[in-house]
Design a protein around this ligand. Structure first.
Ligand SMILES: *Cc1c(COP(=O)(O)O)cnc(C)c1O
Length: 238
């Protein structure tokens, strides 16, 4: 049955998602085990609904107000827009997070992926006690990106646990550069996660997901290769 609202767009999304799954397989990953997180910053709520109907369940946002507005919009039109079989999205927060925004985000976020310092962890623990988190590690060494330096990861993980948070794993944005440089940065994340016994490794985006999967990514965060280029490109992770 065709969707009169925007048939080509949704078909396009289905094709793009199939392509992402194929890339995961080609990189040696099992698409049933590597979660595709649909990164929907700059993407309208109606397109998020399309993604959910195609079977995506996990949605990532980088800006607190955008997340809250979109989640509310989706929620308000849920009954009319989505069939009963479609599950509600699980929202992940993947952007740089200010402590004073945690309160607004807390009712929506199911996985906090960008916890990188204990002052922030303390606020998450206060507003969302026991919440699952990933600790973001800055393996690229780029100052404008979030994440704690690799040598701080163990301490941040331990501090999160002391605060009662459930640390599921690590998140990282790969280094930029030649494939071997990028891949080495993912290998660092994997080694850190292995050393700490953490199962989840959120790494790999549109441009480098093969390299991340080859290094054991359990979750790739894909925006532009699903939804097309963003009109306004802000600093990744900012
Ligand atoms: C925007 C963003 C992504 C997705 O980037 P694409 O290149 O569009 O796939 C993934 N992770 C983080 C932290 C982001 O900010």
């Amino acid at each position: 049955m065709s969707d009169p609202a925007h048939p080509p767009v949704k078909g396009d999304l289905a094709r793009r998602l199939a392509r992402v799954h194929e890339r995961i397989r080609d990189a040696g990953g099992d698409p049933a085990r590597v979660t595709v997180l649909a990164v929907t910053k700059g993407v309208a709520a109606s397109r998020v609904a399309d993604a959910l109907e195609l079977g995506l369940t996990d949605v990532g946002e980088s800006y607190v107000q955008e997340l809250a507005d979109k989640a509310d919009e989706l929620d308000a039109s849920w009954g009319e827009r989505s069939s009963a079989a479609v599950a509600r999205p699980r929202w992940h927060f993947i952007g740089r997070l200010q402590r004073n925004k945690v309160r607004v985000a807390a009712p929506y976020v199911q996985l906090w992926q960008s916890v990188d310092r204990l002052s922030l962890a303390a606020e998450v623990a206060r507003r969302a006690p026991g919440a699952p988190v990933l600790v973001q590690v800055n393996v690229a060494g780029e100052a404008q990106q979030g994440g704690c330096p690799p040598e701080r990861v163990a301490a941040v993980v331990e501090g999160c646990r002391d605060l009662g948070l459930e640390v599921r794993g690590l998140m990282a944005i790969g280094a930029r550069g030649a494939p071997d440089v990028v891949r080495a940065s993912f290998r660092t994340v994997r080694a850190l996660a292995d050393g700490l016994g953490l199962p989840e490794r959120s790494m790999g985006m549109s441009g480098d997901l093969e390299l991340a999967v080859a290094e054991g990514s359990t979750m790739v965060r894909v925006g532009s290769d699903l939804f097309g280029p963003r009109r306004v490109e802000r600093v990744v992770g900012n």
